[in-house]
Write a protein that binds this ligand. Structure first.
Ligand code: NAP
Length: 336
């Protein structure tokens, strides 16, 4: 069976997921597209999914009887109404991160799903599907002993001009927030944010870089550098320090060259390449579960928990290094 997919949001990642479903993965067909910018949806239809219908409104796409499951790949602050509509329609929904840009909005999604009593939402936390993070989790279980500290960095070469200081949390750090919960099997209990000297490549609305310090319920201290105008490439680093030793996230595969008295390898610049296999696997997981009318992988609860921590980090941005406590809400049985 091929799951009939509708995609709302056909910008960078929506287009890439359309390519993935149409050209890489089995089990899905892109039958419908919608975007606030109709030319973007039209371009995906023309280049990738010639049979797809272009809808003027995402809500009409969700309601269409020719759509079995929905991808929400619009900008973060616009996800909530589409995800709620997919739940109301009883259709599996893959929502790109962040599930929502506030914990209050994410909670409304959790409440809608719990009221329905069926899991229908997968959140695009693709790092959980990455072989490198999988190996790191395994190394924690087998080699490092109890984790004590994590040192991490999330560096982008550059970001669009409208990217601001809170977006470094909602849009960027959100990956780390989720992957640490998963990696350490632990919840965040406090957040602090420090601002080093700002790069001259940034602007008045974006303090860049930032250092976020998270503490977990088990006492692990995590320091993450978020530097979204680092200029040199797209670079994700993570080192776990345990009581018996350390474990580091593997570098992406890169050919090493020796020429002109230099030993070199390239650093990626495009985020699409860094986790390309993980995106494939997360969407394969989605298609397989959607064929059974459900979802697998990180869900609305994970999206909500990430939003709770993100809210605390954004509050901490205003407090010059002061810690903001994070409470862990009780988890509904649906997510056990
Ligand atoms: P993008 O290139 O700006 O594309 C978003 C598209 O959605 C644009 O065409 C935009 O149109 C459209 N849009 C905005 N609001 C809409 C609405 N209410 N209804 C319908 N369409 C709307 O952004 P992107 O980089 O693809 O990011 C999209 C989402 O994916 C974000 O949540 C982002 O955080 C996430 N993302 C995840 C990863 C990952 O690694 N998992 C990587 C990249 C992005 P206009 O341009 O006219 O506003």
């Amino acid at each position: 069976m091929s799951v009939r997919i509708g995609i709302i949001g056909t910008g960078a990642i929506g287009r890439d997921h359309a390519r993935r479903i149409a050209q890489v993965l089995a089990g899905g067909t892109v039958v419908a597209l919608a975007d606030a910018n109709p030319a973007a949806a039209e371009a995906v239809r023309r280049d990738i999914a010639p049979g797809a219908e272009v809808f003027a409104r995402g809500q009409d796409l969700i309601a269409s009887p020719s759509v079995d499951a929905v991808l929400v790949t619009t900008t973060g602050a616009t996800h909530e109404p589409y995800v709620l509509a997919a739940i109301a329609a009883g259709k599996p929904c893959f929502c790109e991160k962040p599930l929502a840009t506030t914990a209050t909005a994410a909670l409304r999604i959790v409440e809608a799903e719990t009221a329905l009593g069926r899991r229908l939402v997968q959140v695009g936390f693709m790092r959980r599907y990455d072989a490198g993070y999988g190996a790191l989790k395994d190394a924690i279980a087998r080699h490092t002993g109890r984790p004590l500290m994590v040192h991490a960095a999330h560096r982008n070469q550059s970001v669009p001009g409208d990217f601001d200081t809170p977006m470094a949390i909602h849009d960027t750090l959100i990956h780390e927030i989720d992957v640490f919960r998963w990696l350490l099997e632990d919840d965040h209990v406090s957040a602090r944010v420090l601002f080093p000297r700002t790069t001259s490549r940034s602007h008045a609305n974006l303090r860049d870089p930032q250092i976020v310090i998270l503490e977990t319920a088990k006492g692990v201290v995590i320091s993450v550098e978020v530097f979204v105008n680092c200029a040199y490439g797209y670079d994700i680093q993570c080192e776990v320090v345990g009581e018996n030793g350390t474990a580091r996230l593997p570098e992406p595969m890169a050919v090493q060259t020796r020429t002109g008295a230099r030993l070199q390898n390239d650093i990626l610049t495009d985020w699409k390449e860094r986790f390309i296999d993980a995106y494939d696997i997360e969407l394969r997981d989605f298609l397989q579960a959607a064929a059974r009318g459900t979802v697998a992988g990180p869900g609305a609860w994970d999206g909500y928990m990430a939003a709770v921590t993100a809210d605390a980090c954004v509050s901490a941005q205003a407090l010059a290094g002061e810690a903001v406590p994070i409470s862990t809400p009780a988890r509904p049985a649906l997510y056990d």
